[in-house]
Design a protein around this ligand. Structure first.
Ligand code: CTP
Length: 404
């Protein structure tokens, strides 16, 4: 999550009754931490699962539960509360609440708010698998989609009732991601983005290997930003300890050769390729089958290296290459090496890190190298920077890359 990425957003968070209400405490914390203002509205049933006091403490605002709340001077809570909202999010959305929404009912504060809204409505269903599969529920959900309402989830897995199947509410973090994604402009709608991220690991023997200090943070942030911009995203990652961004397809690899093979298999289906991985330039020509042991004579092992394939250059060399973007990891003279590397790899855009190497850090400052010259972007945290880079990439896409 970027710092304050939802700053200025005002959300009405509507809770209907269900055991998944416990997840909304965490969701509220995530939304407010990202800078959103969260106005909680609860149905009578929701207050049976979690108290309005808890939700008030987490949101920092009084919670509304009744249409007849005397705190609203004109008794128009159903109008007033939604007028300043950028979106209404119903989480959890129970079977009953979805049915009432689908039929335009307005028999309590939350349902009336939904009917009277002039902002987008997102629902996050949470129910038992049989209730979800019930034809009436499926009809109602289809109606809600047809009415332009966003349906987030549900997830599949073990349920509070002990059964297993579709219907459980998305986890709080996934719900947060879906909401954050909803607010981003869809500048890459219809585009397909393939990325590499993280380091590679080149084995020496069954227990040892050579790797580098790439954390994968920049590549994962770019994958998240591309997904939020509406693209289908496939991320090929070396060994990193990072969560897969919401909505992104991830493939894990270890070596540069495996990363190369995975990229070459996938790339015909993609119209943008972003090589963020810090790919090992060399591997040993012979990986020892057994652990290399110390000898009595203390003879040091020696290794012979062979060159790994250059993934970015191989993609750029294809007869119909996608729009290729490279990254440059340099420890000095970026001005010279950045443009030289872009030309050598034959890519239209290469992004260079300004200043010392930023492996593992949370913020970064970069320069864009392209045929027309170099442009510096302001220093920012990696997620904010990723959003800015995706916007820069979107601006430079040739129209023909839509049809490959
Ligand atoms: N790259 C790649 N395959 C490789 C090496 C690098 O795809 N075998 C990609 C990286 O993902 C990055 C760009 O090429 O987008 C530049 O990587 P970098 O390590 O900075 O450059 P090198 O090609 O290794 O060049 P040098 O060793 O001269 O710095």
């Amino acid at each position: 999550m970027a710092t304050a990425e939802l700053a200025g957003k005002h959300l009405v968070l509507g809770m209907s009754g269900g055991i998944a209400c416990y997840k909304i405490a965490e969701l509220t914390r995530l939304l407010t931490k990202a800078g959103a203002t969260v106005q909680v509205v609860m149905t009578e049933a929701a207050t049976q699962f979690i108290t309005p006091i808890t939700m008030q403490a987490l949101s920092g605002r009084p919670v509304y539960t009744s249409q007849w709340d005397a705190r609203v001077p004109n008794n128009m809570a159903h109008i007033d509360l939604s007028r300043e909202a950028d979106a209404i999010v119903i989480a959890p959305a129970s079977t009953d609440f979805l049915a009432r929404l689908a039929h335009g009912m307005a028999d309590d504060l939350l349902s009336t708010l939904c009917v009277a809204r002039d902002c987008p409505l997102l629902v996050v269903p949470a129910m038992n698998r049989q209730m979800w599969q019930n034809p009436a529920t499926q009809r109602n959900v289809a109606q809600l989609r047809a009415d332009g309402i966003e349906v987030l989830g549900p997830d599949s897995g073990p349920q509070a009732c002990g059964e297993v199947g579709d219907g459980r509410m998305l986890e709080a973090a996934a719900t947060y991601e879906a909401i954050a994604s909803f607010f981003q402009p869809k500048i890459l709608a219809g585009r397909r983005v393939l990325l590499t991220a993280g380091p590679t690991f080149e084995p020496l023997d069954p227990v040892r290997g050579i790797t580098n200090r790439s954390s994968g943070k920049m590549g994962f942030a770019l994958a998240r930003a591309a997904q939020q911009a509406g693209a289908d995203v496939h991320l090929i990652a070396g060994p990193v300890a990072l969560e897969t961004p919401w909505g992104v397809i991830r493939e894990d690899v270890q070596t540069a050769q495996q990363m190369h093979d995975a990229v070459m298999r996938a790339v015909p289906d993609y119209d943008i390729f972003i090589g963020v991985a810090a790919v090992a330039d060399w591997r040993v020509d012979h990986i020892s089958e057994h652990k290399i042991k110390k000898t009595a004579e203390r003879v040091m092992p020696t290794f012979t290296f062979v060159e790994n394939p250059d993934i970015l250059a191989s993609v750029a060399k294809l007869p119909h290459p996608p729009f290729c973007v490279g990254f440059a990891a340099e420890s000095g003279d970026l001005d010279v090496h950045g443009e030289e590397k872009r030309v050598r790899k034959n890519v239209p855009l290469l992004i260079g890190n300004l200043g010392p190497l930023t492996f593992g850090l949370d913020d970064n400052e970069v320069v864009l190298f392209e045929a027309s010259g170099a442009t510096k972007l302001p220093r920012a945290d990696k997620q904010t920077l990723a959003g800015a880079l995706i916007a820069e990439i979107a601006k430079r896409l040739p129209d023909t890359s839509l049809i490959r």
